[in-house]
Every structure is written in C-alpha cells, then in structure tokens.
Design a protein around this ligand. Sequence first.
Ligand SMILES: CC(C)(COP(=O)(O)OP(=O)(O)OC[C@H]1O[C@@H](n2cnc3c(N)ncnc32)[C@H](O)[C@@H]1OP(=O)(O)O)[C@@H](O)C(=O)NCCC(=O)NCCS
Length: 196
Amino acid sequence: MNRLDMTELMFYVEPMQQSDVATVATIERRVFTMPWSSNAYSYELRANPLSHYFVARARALKRGLDARGLDPSVIGYGGFWLMLDEAHVCTLGVHPDWRQRGVGELLLSTMIGEAARLNAHVVTLEVRVSNQAAQNLYQKYGFAAVGLRRGYYSDNQEDALIMTTEPIHTPAYESRYNRLQRMLRARLQAQQPERA
Ligand SMILES: CC(C)(COP(=O)(O)OP(=O)(O)OC[C@H]1O[C@@H](n2cnc3c(N)ncnc32)[C@H](O)[C@@H]1OP(=O)(O)O)[C@@H](O)C(=O)NCCC(=O)NCCS
C-alpha cells in the first residue's frame, strides 16, 4: 500500500503522545456520549502493547501546550488494537469544527495503512446503527456489515453494527486503497489556504 505523503498538506497525522492526551480527552467529550477519560488514553499509550493511536493536526494552528495544557493543533484522533492478524478500530473522532474536510478519512486511512504494515489481515470495528456519517466513511474504505451486537451501547441500548474489510493485502484492496489515497491527497491539496 502506498503511504500518503502528508508534507505540505493542511492536515497531517502522527502517533499520539502522552502530551496529546489532555487535548484528545477534551475533544472526546465533545464527540462521544460515553467518553473515555484521559486516564484511559494515558493507560492505552503507556501500558497496552496492542494499541496504536494517532492524532490529526492542522498545520495552520500553533503546536504545543497552551496555558490550560491543551494543544490547539490537535483536531482529531483515532486508534486501533492489533489482535493477532486483526486490527480493531476502537476510536475515531474529529473535532466538530473540523469535520467534512477529509480529516476523518486521513485518520482512518492512516490506521488501515499502519495495520497493513503490521501485517494485519483485516480491519474491523463497531459503529452505532444510527451513525450514517461514520458508516459512509467505512464503506468508502471497503468495510461491510457482517453482524450486529444488540444493545451494545449502554447509554441508549443502541445496537452496534460490526463492520469488517475484505483482506487488505489483496491486489484488489490495495488498488482501491491507493486510488482513495490519491483522491484524498488531491482533496486536501485543494484545501490549502493559499490556493483557496
Ligand atoms: C465520522 C467522522 C470521524 C468523519 O470525520 P470527517 O472528518 O467529518 O469526515 P471526512 O471529511 O474525512 O469524510 C470522509 C467520508 O466520510 C463520510 N462522511 C463524513 N461526514 C459525513 C456526513 N455528515 N454525512 C454523510 N457522510 C459523511 C463520507 O463518506 C465522506 O466521504 P466523501 O467526502 O467522499 O463523501 C466525524 O463525523 C466524527 O468525528 N463523528 C463523531 C464520532 C464518530 O462517530 N466516530 C466514529 C465512531 S465508530
């Protein structure tokens, strides 16, 4: 799979660091009704050998911690657990002010690329049945519904759709992925402020 060249793009993705956790947890509270705490993220980074977490940053925003200990450049995040040959996406969120600009796709495609590099065979996840925006994103990357977990979300007993990719090391999937990466790069390049 080809890695997306993020140089000179408005947004870029990097591995999450402990110094990002407070910001991630703050965004998480805006994004999810059952947010993970900063302790949970901190533990994942420190002590879970299966975990692979990333943050998306906006190049135009000042990087580094502000007086509140938050990093204004962090606008989204995502993570997966690698369990044997299966990558399980456990979280993906984009700050509401930065949605529909390709940031969620940049995060998801980075995670799929990283999962492939780590020799994962497939990528899987759960998503609320009502979450059409996320399902559209996942379908774009070849995820298909393979089952339902009834009442999975304890806040409203909503069902979770289980979605899984086809094997990601096939020529067909790699070609789909590489085509999507080219389109995403073109989309993100078109958003450069100086070209607007
Ligand atoms: C789902 C989410 C991560 C998408 O992030 P985003 O940066 O807004 O999405 P992108 O701009 O990268 O869009 C990529 C694709 O997602 C889908 N999508 C994103 N927003 C959508 C919307 N409002 N309606 C329908 N489809 C949408 C589309 O397929 C889109 O591709 P397209 O632009 O070619 O149509 C974001 O909406 C979010 O953080 N939601 C709340 C948290 C969440 O639901 N996380 C997933 C939990 S499983």
